[in-house]
Design a binder for this molecule. Structure first.
Ligand code: P61
Length: 457
């Protein structure tokens, strides 16, 4: 059979609410044209993020009932640690309440003013946590990774020459670590090849710089390797994941993505001294090292979810449903980042709304139009999220791309929801010339996209 179906059936349902266009126009105005500031109840199809929004399985819910809420040394902790070690293979596992807490602890200890941290593309929280220490976050993705329309099987790959040049220009002692984000979220959810991870690891070892993986979507990246890279077709996704992590010295992880959990994360390292310092800091701000800000039941949900996400029936369905959205949009003429990523489709707002300059935030304008037209919420990944200001002139420096991401929560929406999304997008695309740009009326000093307010320009 050609049809790839959801490898599950639905046992609990959550109603969603249909609003009118007039209601949505008013709500958008009240939210300052920032979809983060809408009430979720007023959103029909919520594609803001795939983070913490997955549907858990019956086995995860059953595991939660076995949660051991002991403060120290709970059974849940040991199940969690065993599941993480089974896949990731690192010596030390430090639980955190989500990915950015792992980032804050890691960068807080290892980075300082004047340091430089390369990554294929830093996600916003990663960049912000590095910059908060005074270090500089530098993106060194291959050139194809910045070209939405270009096809490449591993568009998330690190540009090895750019990495080498960066290390030699700033000096090895100013590079506390090299990061690779799998899959490359800000660059279109694009995978990194095993060959590239091996090559980066070789460079890192030669310079004695630790290599860390930002592992949020490790299962999707591993499945892309199985499908696209020579020599991996016969391997299990778990074997591929294990090999991927074997080249790294540690990782940060948000369990809200490829662990099907609604909350959670962890930090891993093979360095015992670093692990000790990380645990000291963890105790100060997150919690005791056998729970790290999580309930025992959360640890159990993650322990099960990490194993479930590696099931190939699930991954096959996951990729088919994301690709379905991408192919339908693309064949209707909507420009998207090609090829479709694992967790999301990214619309190229710069190309779709070429009458709105980056200084007027075409991605933000498109995100608002999707809500207004059909109650769909996506997220801008462009100059609102990543734009900078020239420190001398105050002029805006645009981001590399102006994208709107439609992230697909895991096991949540059905094909008819996605058909509806396509219909709305095609309609917005048809009216694209009537869309107007936006101006910022309020912004916070960092991670401004969460709370910024806008008016129509
Ligand atoms: C997301 F609109 N991602 O993609 P935490 N690394 C990477 C991530 O994708 C990531 C984190 C670290 C989110 C949530 C999100 O402005 C936004 O568990 C590759 O969220 O702390 C998170 O993990 C951090 C959405 C984050 C946003 C920031 O939707």
């Amino acid at each position: 059979m050609k049809t790839i179906i959801e490898p599950f059936r639905i046992k609990t349902v959550e109603p969603i609410r249909i609003t009118t266009r007039d209601e949505r126009a008013k709500l958008l105005q009240e939210a300052g044209h920032n979809v983060f500031l809408l009430n979720a109840e007023d959103v029909l199809i919520d594609l803001l993020t795939d983070s913490g929004t997955s549907a858990m399985s019956q086995n995860q819910w059953a595991a939660m009932m076995q949660g051991d809420e002991s403060y120290a040394g709970s059974r849940s902790w040991y199940r969690f640690e065993a599941s993480v070690k089974d896949i990731f293979g690192f010596e030390h596992v430090i639980p955190t309440h989500q990915g950015r807490a792992a980032e804050r602890i890691l960068f807080g200890i290892t980075c300082k003013e004047g340091d430089v941290v390369p990554n294929n593309t830093h996600f916003d929280t990663t960049r912000a946590n590095i910059e908060y220490t005074g270090a500089q976050a530098v993106d060194v993705v291959i050139p194809e990774g910045r070209e939405p329309a270009t096809f490449h099987p591993f568009k998330g790959n690190v540009d090895l020459e750019a990495l080498e040049n960066l290390i030699s220009s700033v000096g090895r002692e100013r590079v506390p670590m090299i990061l690779i984000t799998v899959t490359n979220n800000s660059g279109g959810g694009q995978p990194v090849s095993m060959e590239n991870v091996r090559a980066v690891s070789k460079i890192a070892r030669a310079h004695k710089i630790p290599l860390y993986l930002d592992a949020c979507r490790f299962a999707e990246n591993s499945y892309f390797i199985k499908l696209r890279e020579k020599g991996f077709a016969a391997k299990s996704v778990k074997e591929i994941a294990r090999e991927l992590f074997s080249y790294a010295d540690g990782c940060t992880m948000s369990a809200k993505k490829d662990a099907f959990a609604n909350i959670g994360g962890f930090l891993c390292t093979n360095d015992p001294d670093l692990a000790r310092q990380e645990k000291d800091l963890l105790i100060l701000t997150e919690g005791y090292p056998t729970y790290g800000g999580l309930a025992g039941r959360d640890l159990d949900a993650i322990a099960v979810g990490l194993q479930e996400v590696l099931e190939e029936d699930y991954l096959r369905y996951r990729f088919a449903s994301t690709r379905y959205l991408g192919e339908h949009l693309s064949s209707a003429g909507v420009p998207i980042v090609q090829p479709p990523g694992g967790h999301a489709i990214y619309i190229d707002a710069k190309s779709m709304l070429d009458h709105i300059p980056p200084s007027r935030f075409p991605g933000q304008a498109l995100a608002c139009a999707l809500y207004l037209e059909g109650g769909i919420r996506g997220v801008e990944i462009g100059s609102v999220m990543f734009g900078k200001k020239d420190p001398d002139t105050g002029a805006g420096i645009p981001a590399a791309m102006e994208l709107v991401r439609l992230a697909i929560p895991r096991r949540v929406y059905t094909q008819s929801h996605i058909d509806y999304v396509v219909e709305v997008l095609v309609e917005v695309h048809r009216k694209r010339e009537s869309l107007r740009g936006l101006e910022i009326t309020y912004e916070a000093p960092f991670l401004r996209h969460f709370t910024a307010r806008f008016k129509e320009a």
